[in-house]
Ligand binder design. Structure first.
Ligand SMILES: Nc1ncnc2c1ncn2[C@@H]1O[C@H](COP(=O)(O)OP(=O)(O)O)[C@@H](O)[C@H]1O
Ligand SMILES: [Mg+2]
Length: 232
């Protein structure tokens, strides 16, 4: 007789991992990312993967000291994939220390776990969400909830920093956020396509200086993986 899967077939750790991971705002394209899915195509990518593995192996100590990673490299080299894989490994190997907040809907019976909260945000999206919420009553609460997670979560992946159109307002918003996380020693993982000089021009030297102190740099070069399929 064919056996149907029931909730009892999953261990409590697996259930907790799924509950926690689904609260981290990882986009569907990257939600399955893991070190096993990253295939280094050059020696720099091998070194990048190794750095991430070492960082993840000391994940809890790194988080408690507010340490993060700063992925820098050209488009499509797997920076976002590596950032999510690193977070997944840290969460999965210390699942009893990670939690998920109650969702805004507050469904009855929904699992809520105490522990470190984590989230991923595209910096361009975050700034767009904040901008769109000005003067629009219905958008203010969701924008504030997102900002609250990005300010206070124990680990945050700020994806593609420096891709936003620069302005004084952008520089100020990012500085306020990065400086808060810096002062509170909250672990932050950044990815960027920008050189250091370009990033300073995009987000300002005060933010870049804090990022440098908070993070270990991981250079990721290589060909654009996204173009492989198109080339056949
Ligand atoms: N070395 C790699 N091994 C496997 N998949 C990769 C690799 N590099 C990139 N990818 C895939 O290519 C796409 C782009 O990767 P992504 O991490 O978003 O790049 P980046 O953030 O550097 O622009 C994703 O679908 C990702 O899964
Ligand atoms: Mg990316």
């Amino acid at each position: 007789m064919k056996k149907t899967m029931s909730i009892k077939d999953f261990s409590s750790e697996e259930l907790r991992f799924q509950a926690v991971w689904s609260s981290c705002r990882i986009p569907p394209r990257l939600v399955g990312a893991s070190f096993e899915t990253y295939k280094p195509t050059c020696s720099e990518q091998e070194r990048a993967l190794e750095k991430c593995r070492v960082f993840a192996a000391n994940g809890l100590a790194n988080i408690s000291q507010g340490k993060g990673l700063f992925f820098q490299g050209s488009v499509g080299t797997g920076k976002s994939l590596l950032s999510v894989s690193t977070l997944r490994t840290i969460v999965a190997s210390n699942i009893d220390r990670f939690g998920r907040p109650a969702s805004e809907n507050g469904f009855v019976g929904e699992p809520v776990y105490d522990g470190f909260y984590c989230s991923m945000v595209s910096v361009v999206d975050l700034l767009g969400t904040l901008r769109e919420s000005f003067g629009v009553e219905q958008l203010r609460a969701p924008a504030y909830r997102l900002l609250h997670r990005v300010r206070s979560d124990a680990v945050v992946i700020m994806d593609d920093i420096g891709a936003e159109k620069p302005s004084e307002w952008v520089e100020e918003q990012l500085y306020a956020l990065i400086d808060l996380r810096y002062r509170m020693q909250r672990s932050t993982i950044f990815t960027t396509n920008c050189s250091m000089k370009k990033l300073e021009g995009q987000i300002g030297s005060r933010s870049v200086s804090r990022i440098m102190e908070m993070c270990e740099g991981v250079k990721v070069s290589g060909e654009d993986w996204r173009k492989r399929g198109a080339r056949g």
